[in-house]
Design a protein. Structure first.
Length: 428
C-alpha cells in the first residue's frame, strides 16, 4: 500500500525542523502529538519576526502598535476560516482550560439551584472541572456514561439525562485518551431541543478532522493551536449573540466590544502571529494536495483547509489501520477503544494500550521510558482524562501508554514503534 500517493509526505516533513532530532543515535519519532504537535518553520519565523519588528501593545498611535492590531485581526480571520465562523466570534486565550474556566464563570452567573449541566466521563478534565465548579452555586452536574467495551459515548444515556432543567451540555469532539470521535452534531441537536447550550471541546480533534461550527450549530467550541501545528495558545469560538449577551468578569477599562471584552490583559501577541502561520501551513498543504489530485488550486482559504483535511484524513486512516493491525498481534497487549476497521470513521489515530501483565516491568511508564530511550516519544498516564481511567480501573496502576499519530508521521515510524514494542515486551 502506497501511503504517500496523495499526501506529499516528503514535503510535509521538510516543513518541521524538529523531525531531524536524534536520541541516542536514533532518529526521533514524535508519537506525542496528542500532548502537542511539532510546528512548521514558518510558525517559528512568524513568532521571531513579530518580536524582532512589531513588538508592541495594542491600540497605540504609532506604527508597531498599529501593526500589532492588524496582525491580531489577521489571526482572527485565519481562525474564523479554520472553524467556519465570523472573525468577531474568535476569542484568544492562554489555553483551552483557561478559556473554559472563564466561560463557566460567566455562564454560571445566571445559574443556580435547580439548574443542571451535563458532562461526560469520556472527556478531558478541562471540559469537566470548570462545570463542576458551578456546584458551589447549587448547580447540579450530571454525568453521561460510556461503553467500557469500546470506549464510546453512551448516547442513549446522554439523551436520557437532558431535560427541561439542563442549561448546558459539555462534550468532547474526540477523546484525547482513546481516540473516540463523538457524534457531536447529534449531541448539539439534543441540547438545543431542550433549550440548553452546547459547549464542545475540539482540542484533540483539531489536527485530525475538519471543524465546521456552522454545520455543528454549537454555541461554543474551544481548541488549542499547539495541538494542530501552532503555538501554545487557546482559541474559543462563541456565537456572537452569546458573546454580546453574557457578562464576562473583566477590568473596567476594557472595551465592551466583541470579542475583545472576553480577552483580559495583554495577549501573547507573538504566539498569535504564529497562529496565522499555522493556518497558512494547513492552507498550503490543501492547495498542494488539490493541485496533485485535480490540477486545480483551492480558490479560498476555507476551501484549501477543507482539501487539507480530506488528505490528512485519508493518510492518517491508512496509518491507523497499520498501527492497530500491528498492536493487535502483540501477545498480552490490550487496546482500549474502537479496533474494528469497519468503524474507523468513529475514531482518530490515538491509541491507549496496556500490557495485561505488569509484573515484568511493563507498566505504562516503564514502556514509555524504554521507548523514549530508543527515540520513540509516547506518553503514559491519564492525560487528564481522569474519569475514563478511573472507570476502567487503570488509574492506580499507571493509566495507559498513549501512542498518537499525526500526518507528519510515516509508515516506517509505525513499523519502528511496533518492532520496538514487541522487543521490549518479549514478543519476538
Amino acid at each position: 500500500m502506497d501511503l504517500t500517493a496523495a499526501l506529499d509526505i516528503r514535503w510535509v516533513r521538510s516543513q518541521f525542523p524538529a523531525l531531524a532530532e536524534t536520541v541516542n543515535g536514533h532518529p526521533a519519532v514524535f508519537l506525542d502529538g496528542p500532548g502537542g504537535t511539532q510546528v512548521p518553520e514558518r510558525v517559528i519565523d512568524a513568532i521571531s519576526d513579530y518580536l524582532r519588528r512589531d513588538n508592541a501593545n495594542i491600540c497605540g498611535a504609532y506604527a508597531t502598535s498599529r501593526r500589532t492590531d492588524a496582525m491580531i485581526a489577521d489571526a482572527r480571520a485565519a481562525m474564523a476560516d479554520f472553524l467556519n465562523c465570523h472573525a468577531d466570534e474568535i476569542v484568544f486565550g492562554p489555553n483551552m482550560t483557561t478559556l473554559t474556566f472563564a466561560m463557566s464563570r460567566a455562564i454560571g452567573r445566571d445559574l443556580g439551584p435547580g439548574d443542571e449541566v451535563l458532562v461526560t466521563r469520556l472527556d478531558h478534565d478541562a471540559n469537566v472541572s470548570p462545570w463542576l465548579a458551578l456546584e458551589e452555586k447549587g448547580v447540579t452536574v450530571r454525568w453521561a456514561e460510556f461503553h467500557q467495551n469500546d470506549c464510546t459515548l453512551d448516547l442513549a444515556d446522554l439523551a436520557s439525562k437532558i431535560n427541561e432543567k439542563t442549561k448546558l451540555v459539555a462534550v468532547g469532539y474526540a477523546s484525547n485518551a482513546v481516540g473516540t470521535i463523538n457524534p457531536v452534531k447529534e449531541i448539539v441537536r439534543l441540547a438545543h431541543a431542550a433549550g440548553a447550550l452546547a459547549y464542545v471541546d475540539a482540542v484533540h480533534y483539531g489536527p485530525h478532522g475538519l471543524i465546521d461550527v456552522a454545520a455543528l450549530d454549537c454555541d461554543f467550541l474551544v481548541c488549542s493551536t499547539y495541538k494542530f501545528f501552532g503555538p501554545h495558545m487557546g482559541v474559543l469560538f462563541g456565537k456572537r449573540e452569546h458573546l454580546q449577551r453574557m457578562r464576562p468578569y473583566k477590568v473596567r477599562p476594557l472595551t465592551e466590544a466583541v470579542p475583545q471584552r472576553w480577552e483580559w490583559g495583554t495577549l501573547n501577541h507573538e504566539s498569535i502571529a504564529g497562529i496565522t502561520a499555522c493556518v497558512d501551513y494547513i492552507v498550503e498543504l490543501g492547495r498542494r494536495a488539490q493541485s496533485h489530485l485535480s490540477q486545480a488550486r483551492a480558490a479560498t482559504r476555507r476551501a484549501a483547509i477543507v482539501a487539507a483535511f480530506e488528505e490528512i484524513h485519508r493518510y492518517e486512516h491508512r496509518l491507523m489501520a497499520r498501527m492497530i493491525a500491528g498492536l493487535s498481534q502483540i501477545p498480552g497487549l490490550k487496546i482500549y477503544g474502537i479496533t474494528d476497521p469497519a468503524r474507523f470513521e468513529d475514531r482518530c489515530p490515538t491509541f491507549a494500550v496496556r500490557m495485561v501483565d505488569l509484573t515484568e516491568g511493563n507498566t505504562p511508564l516503564a514502556l514509555a521510558t524504554k521507548l523514549g530511550d530508543r527515540g520513540l516519544f509516547t506518553w503514559d498516564g491519564n492525560y487528564y482524562a481522569l474519569n475514563l481511567t478511573e472507570c476502567l480501573d487503570v488509574e492506580k496502576t499507571g493509566g495507559f501508554l498513549r501512542i498518537g499519530l499525526v500526518h507528519y508521521n510515516t509508515v516506517e515510524e509505525v513499523d519502528r514503534l511496533l518492532g520496538a514494542l514487541r522487543e521490549i515486551v518479549g514478543a519476538d
